[in-house]
Design a protein around this ligand. Structure first.
Ligand SMILES: Nc1nc2c(c(=O)[nH]1)N[C@H]1C(S)=C(S)[C@@H](COP(=O)(O)OP(=O)(O)OC[C@H]3O[C@@H](n4cnc5c(=O)[nH]c(N)nc54)[C@H](O)[C@@H]3O)O[C@H]1N2
Ligand SMILES: Nc1nc2c(c(=O)[nH]1)N[C@H]1C(S)=C(S)[C@@H](COP(=O)(O)OP(=O)(O)OC[C@H]3O[C@@H](n4cnc5c(=O)[nH]c(N)nc54)[C@H](O)[C@@H]3O)O[C@H]1N2
Ligand code: SF4
Ligand SMILES: [Mo]
Length: 733
């Protein structure tokens, strides 16, 4: 068994059957949205070999150190020693210790308490906060449980902190979420326009492909727009160290200069777009010198950028959190797309605006509709016809689904902190560390009367708040489906038995649905969940109805894939028709606005936050891997030496940064690769790993008005020394 990609099921405690001597199969890497498909060989419930198939999509034999070292992240038989959560735990009352419970008891307890809160306080008093790291099956069942069963649209996920501006940008411009592009476009592109994405660190295998393309063709150019000289910027032909939040001004300046130079694809604009005039009018009204001042870069740098983007060459943009995590994130996204529309650089191989997803199934979660305003298949809560379609599919009476969107992530935790959310179920995410203004998020978890946390590890900053702990199977231990950055849907097979009583996430949600007496939660397998979901996408913009279980077991497919013989779709909009009422893409004209908060005498510096190559988010997994920890052992704050000198701060010295909300401490790291006036701190270190070093105690909860994505990339701070300055010698990190 399990030597093919088609598992069979046995009992609930062992979804995929008990240990056999050797198992071989595919499992998509559970870290980034590149979605490398790994071939896993396991024996005695341990991984004995991990390779990437050189002939297989999406990455043709490549993986990065995080993926290669997944075997050390507490999987299978190594789980118990690594701190895995092995049994359900619960407590009847706050203050009581958690005690071990059976699955039956835990599920019944949750069902009783959720029903009670919903009945007493209404469906908006309960909430679900999920993750782009859950597989599609799990997110689908959770969505059905909350929006369909419990009738609460308060279901949001960490994708709100990650991809919601990209969703809003694509919908505004094209009438549909989802990228038009695919990885193969890299091999055809001439100009890579990389904005707010440190691909070399965070999408490394994809960036290797960009570098390979660059190495193979002298004409290829890379532009990187990032206030820091990131790892990615080191490979740039033109690095634009834009002022934080200055992207819309920069993109407008580029567009304006290109229009003035006659670089408009009039045929494309005329035939396939709307609102160019409005956009042109806005640009004409803007003053170049003012735009330049807002970008905060030299005129020469902009000239160099205009020269490269203005070439008659295929333009492929990659963008990620530097674009999305902004109170102007939607505008940044549409500004990038405007540039492509103006140049006609889309709807052909090697060109298009390619928003990168961060988590392995952030794309799949969007398709499943796991944000509070969405329903499965790119449907919307606010759309009556969409609600009706989903109600029918779920066997619900008309009007069952609430017409009003629920609370997006930041508002959800703020409501909890005000005592308005009585019960919250957190699955596969660690909001006590990763939410902006983490103190408010923690207050929300403290104030809620029932906190259910579903994780594969027992001790995280969020499990500390739990009244119920539910042990989840993790990577390698469960079968399921994910969609990567290029709309490629891959199927993973369980190759290891989960330790203890850990169960697949979808199974847990379904068990609670059954305990609540809801119809349609008696799935016998992950395949049954998938089958129901794929059929619900039929005829939608992200049609996956042709992706049967059997086909996915044979290999991945890209949507749209509308029937069972359809080969899948590499590039969308190849016919240049867009799913808008006119069939044309839309220019979006918006003014360049500054970040939500401003520096002042008390908080004179800007803080931006992000990632390092060798750690994953809150480190529950990568923190277990010595090879990765050695690379980046402790938190740090990057500063320009001029800013440090002005404050008599030394390299390696411990400092405290303070915003209007809170403080965080870490060692100072000097670098010339950051804009003066700007600090950078990674958000990987929560209190468990390094007390007082959570960047999110400082970050801002201000959100984009359209996407409701928080501005994790900008806070006004001051910096102070802690103790005596200490000059570090050579070898300082
Ligand atoms: N190693 C590793 N890889 C990961 C992850 C991880 O934790 N570790 N997480 C995954 C996830 S969920 C995500 S979302 C992605 C994120 O991937 P990225 O978006 O690449 O990651 P970040 O480091 O958050 O931010 C990228 C860059 O944005 C820049 N930036 C900050 N402010 C601005 C601005 O105003 N304008 C511009 N143009 N740039 C700005 C930062 O300097 C930073 O270099 O990575 C995924 N891959
Ligand atoms: N300051 C700042 N904050 C940020 C960001 C930033 O750039 N700057 N980026 C934001 C972004 S883009 C993101 S995506 C978030 C990420 O933030 P989080 O989602 O909070 O980060 P993770 O550490 O990935 O949390 C995943 C949790 O799920 C658990 N887990 C792993 N596998 C499984 C599984 O299969 N099932 C279950 N049930 N649990 C599992 C892990 O142990 C861990 O506790 O952080 C956001 N916060
Ligand atoms: S590039 Fe991303 S998906 Fe591929 S192995 Fe590395 S972390 Fe995993
Ligand atoms: Mo993310």
């Amino acid at each position: 068994m399990l030597c093919t990609n088609a598992p069979s099921r046995t009992s609930p405690t062992s979804e995929e059957g008990r240990a056999v001597a050797t198992r071989t199969g595919k499992a998509t890497c559970c870290y980034c949205g590149v979605g490398c498909v790994l071939t896993v060989k396991a024996a005695h419930n341990r991984v004995i070999d991990l390779t990437a198939d050189p002939d297989a999509e999406p990455t043709f034999g490549m993986m990065c150190p995080k993926g290669a070292l997944l075997t050390k992240a507490g999987v299978g038989s190594d789980g118990p020693g690594a701190g895995r959560l092995l049994h359900p735990m619960l407590r009847e009352h706050r203050g009581a210790p958690l005690r071990r419970a059976s699955w039956g008891e835990a599920v019944a307890f949750i069902a009783r308490r959720l029903r009670d809160y919903r009945d007493r306080f209404g469906p908006r008093a309960i909430a679900y906060y999920g993750s782009g790291q859950l597989d599609t099956e799990a997110s689908y069942v959770f969505n059905k449980l909350f929006k369909g069963g419990l009738r609460s649209n308060n279901t949001d996920t960490n994708s709100r902190l990650c991809m919601s501006s990209a969703v809003a940008g694509y919908v505004a411009a094209f009438g549909s979420d989802g990228p038009p592009t695919c990885y193969d476009d890299i091999d055809h592109a001439d100009t890579f326009f990389i904005l707010g994405a440190n691909m070399a660190a965070n999408h490394p295998v994809l960036f290797n492909r960009v570098r390979r393309r660059r190495a193979m063709d002298d004409g290829v150019r890379i532009i990187v727009i990032d206030p820091r000289r990131s790892k990615t910027a080191e490979y740039a032909d033109v690095h634009v160290p834009v002022a934080p939040g200055g992207d819309v001004a920069l993109l407008q300046l580029l567009s304006k200069r290109l229009i003035d130079a006659g670089r408009v694809n009039h045929d494309f604009v005329h035939r396939h777009t709307d609102h160019f005039d409005r956009y042109h009018h806005l640009l004409s009204s803007l003053d170049e010198a003012e735009l330049l001042a807002r970008c905060g870069v030299s005129a020469e740098t902009v000239d160099a950028c205009v020269d490269v983007v203005g070439r008659d060459a295929r333009l492929l943009s990659f963008y990620c959190m530097g674009a999305n995590q902004s109170s102007r994130g939607t505008d940044k996204n549409t500004a990038i797309i405007n540039l492509h529309l103006q140049l006609g650089e889309l709807c052909k191989p090697g060109a298009g605006p390619f928003s990168l997803t961060g988590q392995p199934n952030a794309m799949g979660g969007r398709e499943v509709g796991y944000l509070c305003h969405q329903l499965p298949g790119y449907r919307f809560v606010a759309n009556a016809a969409h609600r009706e379609e989903v109600e029918q599919a779920w066997g619900l009476p008309p009007g069952a689904i609430d017409a009003e969107p629920g609370l997006p992530a930041v508002a959800m935790f703020e409501a909890a902190a005000r005592g308005e959310i009585k019960a919250i179920w957190v699955a596969c995410t660690n909001p006590a560390v990763s939410m902006p203004d983490a103190n408010t998020a923690q207050e929300g978890l403290r104030r809620a009367e029932l906190v259910i946390v579903q994780d594969c590890f027992s001790t995280t900053e969020t499990t500390a708040f739990a009244d119920v702990l539910l042990p989840a199977a993790q990577w390698g231990e469960k079968s399921g489906t994910m969609t990567n950055s290029e709309r490629l849907v891959t199927r993973s097979t369980a190759l290891l038995d989960a330790p203890g009583e850990a169960m697949p996430d979808w199974w847990i949600a379904a068990a609670v649905g059954r305990a609540l007496g809801f119809h349609g939660f008696d799935y016998a397998s992950h395949e049954e969940v998938w089958d129901e979901y794929r059929k619900l996408t039929r005829g939608t913009l992200c049609d996956q109805s042709g992706m049967t279980n059997e086909r996915l077991d044979q290999g991945p497919l890209r949507w749209p894939c509308p029937d069972e013989t359809h080969p899948g779709t590499r590039r969308r909009y190849a016919d240049r028709r867009f799913p808008t009422p006119t069939g044309r893409a839309r220019f979006v004209a918006s003014h360049a606005l500054p970040p939500a908060e401003a520096t002042d005498a008390d908080h004179p510096l800007q803080l931006t936050t992000g990632r390092v190559a060798y750690q994953w988010h809150t480190r529950t997994k990568t923190g277990l891997v010595p090879e990765l920890v050695r690379q980046e052992p402790e938190p740090f704050i990057e500063i320009h030496p001029d800013d440090a000198a002005a404050r008599s701060l030394a390299d390696g010295q411990r400092v405290r940064i303070a915003s209007r909300r809170g403080v965080a401490e870490a060692k100072l790291r000097f670098t010339l690769g950051i804009r003066p006036g700007l600090l950078f701190m990674p958000f990987h270190w929560g209190d468990l790993f390094e007390p007082h070093s959570n960047a999110n105690d400082v970050t801002s909860p201000a959100c984009d008005p359209v996407s409701k994505q928080p501005e994790l990339k900008f806070a006004a701070v001051r910096i102070d020394a802690i103790g005596e300055p200490r000059i570090m010698g050579a070898g300082t990190p």
